[in-house]
Ligand binder design. Structure first.
Ligand code: ZN
Length: 74
């Protein structure tokens, strides 16, 4: 896949996250829990971590990943 930002070839792989990962409309300082309707809780696990299929652009730093199909890491 080519980077939608700069057009360079992207490298496929896995975005590996800790227990909680969120995409929020505003920066939350303490809790990552949703505050706005637009906030997206991508993964929230008590004891495991979460990985996602994705692609990274090493040229400009953009990462594209599929947050609706997480892979559990035990
Ligand atoms: Zn790029």
């Amino acid at each position: 896949m080519n980077c939608p930002k700069c057009g360079n070839s992207m490298q496929p792989g896995f975005l590996q996250a800790g227990n909680v990962i969120a995409f929020n409309k505003t920066r939350h300082r303490v809790s990552l829990n949703p505050k706005h309707e637009e906030d997206v809780m991508i993964a929230r696990k008590a004891f495991t971590s979460t990985d996602f299929y994705g692609s990274v652009c090493k040229e400009c730093g953009l990462i594209v990943f599929d947050y609706k199909n997480p892979i559990s890491r035990l």
